[in-house]
Design a protein around this ligand. Structure first.
Ligand SMILES: Nc1ncnc2c1ncn2[C@@H]1O[C@H](COP(=O)(O)OP(=O)(O)O)[C@@H](O)[C@H]1O
Ligand SMILES: [Mg+2]
Length: 235
């Protein structure tokens, strides 16, 4: 489902190239729940952005569902993302001038006019416990509530793959736990492939597989809690 081959990313710092990801190879099976851990600055967010096609690599390629996403035009890639990929940012990235409901409707409308879009978005918000908050603007919601709107939005088009970058990083323990439970439900019930960046090792242990990054390389790759669930290698 997700294949990264020889993936490299350099930034420039003071005119010199700064390698952030170094020739990284990774395969993630469909429907897997993979946690990505590693120290701050190890390249977790960079990796997630490349796997999701939000950012372009310096080297290598990424195949999602067999499609080479960087062989596409930028528009083609954006279109592919709308149909296949959901992304939950650590800092929510909700649009401040839109209500909770309108934020969830954004990706749905990007996909084209659809009958029942509003009901679908309302259902998603109800599912994340915000049935009474449709018309709230982000500034009128708590951090945990904003993260739940972001989750409803990421899931709006029923993506095959959901990327979440430290989605519980800014939340208290109980709210964080409820966000994780929702992600696990989506992974198991909707069979969404889930790639979760976290620095919370207890949370990472809930994944099928734990990939640790260090200095832009995979330092370890091991089964998580549910190692009874088969980790198929390949797509
Ligand atoms: N846009 C950027 N320009 C320059 N350097 C960056 C940029 N984004 C990230 N970096 C650098 O890349 C490294 C990895 O960053 P990141 O992927 O955000 O790490 P992590 O998410 O593991 O904390 C860091 O050292 C960071 O300073
Ligand atoms: Mg990060």
């Amino acid at each position: 489902m997700i294949v990264a081959e020889g993936l490299g990313k350099n930034y420039t710092s003071g005119g010199r190239p700064l390698p952030v990801l170094r020739s990284l190879d990774l395969e993630i099976a469909s429907e897997a729940f993979v946690a990505v851990v590693g120290p701050s600055g190890s390249g977790k967010t960079t990796l997630l952005g490349l796997l999701a096609g939000l950012d372009e690599p310096s080297d290598g390629r990424v195949l999602l569902d067999g499609e080479d996403i960087f062989a596409m035009t930028e528009d083609g890639r954006a279109e592919f993302r709308v149909h296949n990929v959901g992304f939950v940012f650590q800092t929510f990235h909700l649009l401040p001038t839109l209500t909770a409901l309108e934020n969830v409707l954004v990706p749905i409308e990007l996909k084209g006019k659809q009958v029942g879009a509003r009901e679908h978005a309302e259902g998603l918000l109800a599912r994340v416990g915000l049935g009474a908050r449709f018309d709230h603007y982000p500034a009128q919601l708590s951090g945990g509530e904003q993260q739940r709107v972001a989750l409803a939005r990421a899931f709006a088009n029923r993506p095959k793959i959901l990327f979440a970058d430290e989605p519980t990083g800014n939340l208290d323990r109980d709210t964080g736990a409820s966000i994780v439970e929702m992600l696990e439900e989506l992974n198991q019930e909707a069979r969404t492939t889930l790639v979760l960046v976290t620095h919370d090792l207890a949370l990472a242990e809930r994944a099928d597989r734990i990939v640790s990054l260090a200095e832009g390389r995979i330092a370890s790759d091991r089964p998580g809690r549910d190692s009874a669930r088969p980790i198929a290698v390949g797509t």
